[in-house]
Design a binder for this molecule. Structure first.
Ligand SMILES: [Zn+2]
Length: 216
């Protein structure tokens, strides 16, 4: 049974297969070496980071230095850098051949690495090149959840790390620069954190259709 990504039933077998690959990684390729101050996963050094640091403390620091718009842009670019580098690190080790598998491997990894569970919505077109398009929710993602838990409210969407990470991973697979835009946000009182992702060059065209994507 699929544990991570909510997607159309025809994707279930593929998702389960990739979940098994990741579970094998954690079973066989995760090493704790405290005497060297290192954790290794698949021969790379990794680190545990508390999600509260990204969701609140870092944002507060950036808000002070850069203001809200600068903070949001930097968090988005930070997420993009994480997503891109994780895709470049992991995809060669997974041996997946089709773009759909390689894109699906991103949200599945995001669930296993502890930051989000993704719901892929109808209308998505996960292909290489300029026809790439995704519409998807990040339910209860850590940015919105911790923001609300801290008693904060928001006038606008705030989940820039989530958007950045997903667009970073998918840009590697699609071979074009993709942007993710959060069009609804739980922290701002919406029922979901919903994103659309599209080639950067087609931004205007997709942003004109926001109401359509909100009502899926
Ligand atoms: Zn959100």
């Amino acid at each position: 049974m699929v544990k991570t990504v909510e997607a159309p039933p025809e994707m279930s077998e593929m998702i389960e297969r990739i979940e098994t690959q990741y579970e094998e990684f954690f079973k066989n390729e995760l090493k704790f070496i405290p005497e060297e101050g290192r954790i290794q996963l698949l021969d790379d050094n990794v680190m545990f980071i508390g999600l509260r640091t990204l969701a609140l403390s870092l944002k507060d620091e950036l808000d002070t230095v850069l203001g809200e718009a600068g903070r949001d842009l930097l968090i988005y670019r930070l997420g993009q850098s994480f997503g891109r580098s994780e895709a470049e690190r992991l995809l060669p080790k997974l041996g997946l051949s089709t773009p759909v598998e390689r894109i699906a491997a991103g949200p599945i990894w995001a669930a296993y690495s502890g930051f989000v569970r993704v719901r892929l919505l109808p209308g998505s077109n996960p292909v290489e090149g300029d026809e790439f398009f995704l519409v998807y929710d990040h339910p209860n993602n850590f940015e919105a959840q911790l923001w609300k838990k801290d008693g904060r409210s928001a006038q606008n969407n705030i989940c820039y790390f989530n958007g950045g990470y997903s667009s970073g991973w998918c840009s590697v697979v699609a071979g074009v620069d993709l942007e993710a835009e959060e069009i609804m946000c739980e922290a701002a009182g919406d029922k979901e954190c919903r994103f659309i992702m599209f080639p950067r060059t087609r931004r205007d065209e997709y942003m004109e259709r926001i109401d359509e994507f909100k009502n899926i």
